[in-house]
Write a protein that binds this ligand. Structure first.
Ligand SMILES: *Cc1c(COP(=O)(O)O)cnc(C)c1O
Length: 232
Protein backbone atom coordinates (compact mmCIF):
# COMPACT_ATOMS: atom_id res chain seq x y z
CA UNK A 1 0.00 0.00 0.00
CA UNK A 2 3.06 2.27 0.17
CA UNK A 3 2.88 2.38 -3.61
CA UNK A 4 -0.48 4.14 -3.33
CA UNK A 5 0.98 6.85 -1.09
CA UNK A 6 3.90 7.35 -3.48
CA UNK A 7 1.60 7.46 -6.51
CA UNK A 8 -0.66 10.01 -4.82
CA UNK A 9 2.30 12.21 -3.97
CA UNK A 10 3.39 12.14 -7.60
CA UNK A 11 -0.11 12.87 -8.92
CA UNK A 12 -0.51 15.76 -6.49
CA UNK A 13 2.76 17.32 -7.58
CA UNK A 14 1.86 16.96 -11.27
CA UNK A 15 -1.56 18.48 -10.50
CA UNK A 16 0.08 21.44 -8.77
CA UNK A 17 2.55 21.96 -11.62
CA UNK A 18 -0.22 21.86 -14.24
CA UNK A 19 -2.29 24.41 -12.31
CA UNK A 20 0.70 26.70 -11.94
CA UNK A 21 1.51 26.46 -15.66
CA UNK A 22 -2.01 27.71 -16.30
CA UNK A 23 -1.75 30.49 -13.72
CA UNK A 24 -4.37 28.80 -11.55
CA UNK A 25 -4.47 28.21 -7.79
CA UNK A 26 -3.76 24.46 -7.30
CA UNK A 27 -6.40 24.47 -4.54
CA UNK A 28 -9.03 25.19 -7.23
CA UNK A 29 -8.50 21.66 -8.61
CA UNK A 30 -9.86 18.75 -6.55
CA UNK A 31 -8.55 15.23 -7.04
CA UNK A 32 -11.17 12.47 -7.19
CA UNK A 33 -9.42 9.16 -6.48
CA UNK A 34 -11.30 6.64 -8.62
CA UNK A 35 -11.43 3.50 -6.50
CA UNK A 36 -13.79 1.42 -8.67
CA UNK A 37 -12.66 -2.24 -8.76
CA UNK A 38 -10.12 -1.67 -5.94
CA UNK A 39 -10.74 -2.93 -2.41
CA UNK A 40 -11.53 -0.93 0.74
CA UNK A 41 -7.93 -1.44 1.88
CA UNK A 42 -6.71 0.56 -1.10
CA UNK A 43 -9.14 3.36 -0.21
CA UNK A 44 -7.85 3.24 3.37
CA UNK A 45 -4.26 3.56 2.18
CA UNK A 46 -5.14 6.61 0.09
CA UNK A 47 -7.23 8.13 2.89
CA UNK A 48 -4.32 7.83 5.31
CA UNK A 49 -2.36 10.24 3.09
CA UNK A 50 -5.15 12.81 3.38
CA UNK A 51 -7.10 11.94 0.21
CA UNK A 52 -10.78 12.70 0.88
CA UNK A 53 -12.79 12.42 -2.37
CA UNK A 54 -13.29 9.00 -3.96
CA UNK A 55 -15.12 8.02 -7.15
CA UNK A 56 -17.13 4.87 -7.79
CA UNK A 57 -19.02 3.82 -10.89
CA UNK A 58 -21.22 0.93 -9.75
CA UNK A 59 -23.87 1.18 -7.07
CA UNK A 60 -23.68 -2.43 -5.91
CA UNK A 61 -19.90 -2.32 -5.51
CA UNK A 62 -20.13 0.97 -3.62
CA UNK A 63 -22.81 -0.37 -1.26
CA UNK A 64 -20.43 -3.10 -0.20
CA UNK A 65 -17.24 -1.03 -0.12
CA UNK A 66 -18.23 2.27 1.47
CA UNK A 67 -19.20 0.82 4.89
CA UNK A 68 -15.73 -0.82 5.07
CA UNK A 69 -13.95 2.51 4.46
CA UNK A 70 -13.18 5.41 6.81
CA UNK A 71 -16.38 7.32 7.53
CA UNK A 72 -15.09 10.84 6.83
CA UNK A 73 -14.78 10.46 3.05
CA UNK A 74 -16.80 12.10 0.28
CA UNK A 75 -18.08 9.70 -2.37
CA UNK A 76 -18.75 10.79 -5.94
CA UNK A 77 -20.64 8.72 -8.48
CA UNK A 78 -18.80 8.87 -11.80
CA UNK A 79 -20.29 6.12 -13.98
CA UNK A 80 -23.39 5.58 -16.05
CA UNK A 81 -26.28 5.43 -13.58
CA UNK A 82 -29.41 3.47 -14.42
CA UNK A 83 -32.64 5.14 -13.32
CA UNK A 84 -33.65 2.08 -11.32
CA UNK A 85 -30.50 2.45 -9.18
CA UNK A 86 -31.10 6.08 -8.17
CA UNK A 87 -32.92 5.20 -4.94
CA UNK A 88 -29.97 3.07 -3.79
CA UNK A 89 -27.38 5.58 -4.95
CA UNK A 90 -28.74 8.73 -3.31
CA UNK A 91 -27.91 7.88 0.32
CA UNK A 92 -24.35 6.93 -0.67
CA UNK A 93 -23.43 9.72 -3.05
CA UNK A 94 -23.95 13.46 -2.49
CA UNK A 95 -22.48 14.24 -5.91
CA UNK A 96 -23.06 12.77 -9.38
CA UNK A 97 -20.53 13.54 -12.12
CA UNK A 98 -22.28 11.80 -14.95
CA UNK A 99 -25.90 12.85 -15.36
CA UNK A 100 -26.25 11.86 -18.98
CA UNK A 101 -29.94 12.37 -19.79
CA UNK A 102 -32.90 14.52 -18.82
CA UNK A 103 -34.69 11.34 -17.71
CA UNK A 104 -31.93 10.51 -15.24
CA UNK A 105 -31.83 14.09 -13.95
CA UNK A 106 -35.61 13.92 -13.49
CA UNK A 107 -35.36 10.65 -11.56
CA UNK A 108 -32.66 12.00 -9.24
CA UNK A 109 -34.70 15.16 -8.64
CA UNK A 110 -37.91 13.27 -7.95
CA UNK A 111 -36.40 10.71 -5.57
CA UNK A 112 -34.27 13.32 -3.78
CA UNK A 113 -37.47 15.29 -3.26
CA UNK A 114 -39.28 12.25 -1.87
CA UNK A 115 -36.49 11.20 0.47
CA UNK A 116 -35.16 14.59 1.52
CA UNK A 117 -31.69 13.80 0.09
CA UNK A 118 -29.53 16.69 -1.06
CA UNK A 119 -28.36 15.95 -4.58
CA UNK A 120 -25.83 17.85 -6.63
CA UNK A 121 -24.33 16.95 -9.92
CA UNK A 122 -22.84 17.65 -13.28
CA UNK A 123 -24.26 17.17 -16.74
CA UNK A 124 -22.21 14.81 -18.89
CA UNK A 125 -21.50 16.09 -22.37
CA UNK A 126 -20.46 13.92 -25.29
CA UNK A 127 -18.23 16.59 -26.79
CA UNK A 128 -16.40 14.32 -29.21
CA UNK A 129 -19.60 12.79 -30.63
CA UNK A 130 -18.33 9.20 -30.25
CA UNK A 131 -21.20 6.70 -30.58
CA UNK A 132 -19.99 4.70 -27.59
CA UNK A 133 -20.15 7.62 -25.19
CA UNK A 134 -23.01 8.60 -22.91
CA UNK A 135 -24.11 12.17 -22.44
CA UNK A 136 -25.85 15.14 -24.01
CA UNK A 137 -24.62 16.45 -27.30
CA UNK A 138 -23.82 20.16 -27.01
CA UNK A 139 -26.99 21.02 -28.96
CA UNK A 140 -29.19 18.78 -26.82
CA UNK A 141 -27.79 20.44 -23.75
CA UNK A 142 -28.40 23.93 -25.14
CA UNK A 143 -32.04 22.95 -25.69
CA UNK A 144 -32.60 21.11 -22.42
CA UNK A 145 -30.53 23.18 -20.01
CA UNK A 146 -33.24 25.64 -18.94
CA UNK A 147 -35.47 22.82 -17.67
CA UNK A 148 -32.57 21.00 -16.01
CA UNK A 149 -31.41 24.15 -14.25
CA UNK A 150 -34.86 24.54 -12.69
CA UNK A 151 -35.11 21.12 -11.03
CA UNK A 152 -35.89 21.87 -7.38
CA UNK A 153 -34.09 18.96 -5.68
CA UNK A 154 -31.04 18.53 -7.93
CA UNK A 155 -28.51 21.34 -8.04
CA UNK A 156 -26.66 21.40 -11.34
CA UNK A 157 -23.12 22.55 -10.54
CA UNK A 158 -21.31 22.19 -13.85
CA UNK A 159 -20.34 19.92 -16.72
CA UNK A 160 -18.36 16.69 -17.14
CA UNK A 161 -16.83 14.96 -20.13
CA UNK A 162 -14.61 12.07 -21.11
CA UNK A 163 -12.14 12.54 -23.95
CA UNK A 164 -11.72 9.80 -26.57
CA UNK A 165 -9.04 7.27 -25.67
CA UNK A 166 -5.59 8.18 -27.03
CA UNK A 167 -1.95 7.61 -26.12
CA UNK A 168 -1.30 11.30 -26.58
CA UNK A 169 -2.81 13.50 -23.84
CA UNK A 170 -2.68 16.50 -26.16
CA UNK A 171 -5.41 14.88 -28.29
CA UNK A 172 -7.83 15.51 -25.43
CA UNK A 173 -7.13 19.22 -25.15
CA UNK A 174 -9.63 20.43 -27.80
CA UNK A 175 -12.38 18.37 -26.13
CA UNK A 176 -11.63 19.96 -22.76
CA UNK A 177 -11.50 23.42 -24.29
CA UNK A 178 -14.92 22.89 -25.90
CA UNK A 179 -16.45 21.80 -22.60
CA UNK A 180 -15.09 24.94 -20.95
CA UNK A 181 -16.52 27.12 -23.73
CA UNK A 182 -19.92 25.40 -23.50
CA UNK A 183 -19.94 25.97 -19.74
CA UNK A 184 -19.20 29.67 -20.21
CA UNK A 185 -21.93 29.94 -22.85
CA UNK A 186 -24.63 28.23 -20.72
CA UNK A 187 -23.64 30.10 -17.61
CA UNK A 188 -24.02 33.49 -19.22
CA UNK A 189 -27.06 32.63 -21.35
CA UNK A 190 -29.04 31.37 -18.35
CA UNK A 191 -27.51 33.22 -15.37
CA UNK A 192 -27.00 29.85 -13.67
CA UNK A 193 -23.66 29.33 -11.89
CA UNK A 194 -21.72 26.33 -13.22
CA UNK A 195 -18.47 26.46 -11.25
CA UNK A 196 -17.39 22.84 -11.73
CA UNK A 197 -15.72 21.21 -14.75
CA UNK A 198 -15.01 17.49 -14.26
CA UNK A 199 -12.53 16.45 -16.92
CA UNK A 200 -9.26 14.55 -17.08
CA UNK A 201 -8.30 11.00 -16.05
CA UNK A 202 -4.95 9.23 -15.52
CA UNK A 203 -3.85 9.73 -19.11
CA UNK A 204 -4.95 13.32 -19.66
CA UNK A 205 -5.49 15.18 -16.37
CA UNK A 206 -2.71 17.68 -17.01
CA UNK A 207 -4.14 19.23 -20.20
CA UNK A 208 -7.55 19.10 -18.48
CA UNK A 209 -6.25 21.25 -15.62
CA UNK A 210 -4.61 23.64 -18.08
CA UNK A 211 -8.03 23.96 -19.77
CA UNK A 212 -9.88 24.68 -16.53
CA UNK A 213 -10.80 21.39 -14.81
CA UNK A 214 -11.91 21.81 -11.18
CA UNK A 215 -12.34 18.05 -10.62
CA UNK A 216 -9.99 15.44 -12.11
CA UNK A 217 -10.88 11.74 -11.89
CA UNK A 218 -7.74 9.64 -11.53
CA UNK A 219 -7.81 5.88 -10.90
CA UNK A 220 -5.13 3.63 -12.31
CA UNK A 221 -2.25 6.11 -11.81
CA UNK A 222 -3.03 6.02 -8.09
CA UNK A 223 -4.14 2.44 -7.46
CA UNK A 224 -2.36 0.53 -10.22
CA UNK A 225 -3.66 -1.45 -13.15
CA UNK A 226 -7.27 -2.44 -12.55
CA UNK A 227 -7.76 -6.01 -11.31
CA UNK A 228 -10.81 -6.59 -13.50
CA UNK A 229 -12.69 -4.74 -16.19
CA UNK A 230 -15.41 -2.42 -15.02
CA UNK A 231 -18.59 -2.16 -17.04
CA UNK A 232 -22.08 -1.50 -15.76
C1 LIG B 1 -12.58 4.67 -14.55
C2 LIG B 1 -12.91 6.10 -14.76
C3 LIG B 1 -11.95 7.10 -14.51
C4 LIG B 1 -10.53 6.82 -14.08
O1 LIG B 1 -9.80 6.29 -15.14
P1 LIG B 1 -8.22 6.04 -15.03
O2 LIG B 1 -7.79 5.98 -16.43
O3 LIG B 1 -8.05 4.77 -14.28
O4 LIG B 1 -7.64 7.18 -14.29
C5 LIG B 1 -12.36 8.43 -14.68
N1 LIG B 1 -13.61 8.74 -15.07
C6 LIG B 1 -14.54 7.81 -15.31
C7 LIG B 1 -15.90 8.25 -15.73
C8 LIG B 1 -14.23 6.48 -15.17
O5 LIG B 1 -15.17 5.55 -15.43
Amino acid sequence: MDAIAANLEEIRSRLTAAAERAGRDPASVRLVAVSKTYPAEAVGAAASTGQRIFGESRVQEAREKIPACPSDLEWHFIGHLQKNKVRQALPLFPFFHSIDSAALAGAIDRIAGETGAKAQGLLEVNVSGEESKHGFTPDELRAQFPALAKLPHLRIRGLMTMAPYSDNPEDARPVFRKLHELRDELQSAHQHPLPELSMGMSGDFEPAIEEGATLVRVGSSIFGTRPRPNKE
